[in-house]
Ligand binder design. Structure first.
Ligand code: SF4
Ligand code: SF4
Length: 54
């Protein structure tokens, strides 16, 4: 299980990318991707200003 990204809501601000302690989030071209390094700590979910992560 990893974080789910709502692609309709994500505006690709990149803010969550820098917060992830294990670098599990990357912006690839205009897409945000989460890898299996995600530990479900929830930091990015709490941060996202548009609620695009769950
Ligand atoms: S913080 Fe939210 S809006 Fe910004 S890139 Fe991450 S998921 Fe997308
Ligand atoms: S839940 Fe934590 S470990 Fe997973 S992508 Fe978000 S910040 Fe990274």
């Amino acid at each position: 299980m990893v974080v789910k990204i709502n692609r309709d809501k994500c505006m690709y601000c990149g803010g969550c990318v820098g917060l992830c302690p294990v670098n599990a989030l990357t912006l690839q071209e205009v897409r945000l991707v989460v890898s299996n390094k995600c530990t479900e700590c929830g930091i990015c979910i709490q941060f996202c200003p548009v609620g695009a992560l769950q």
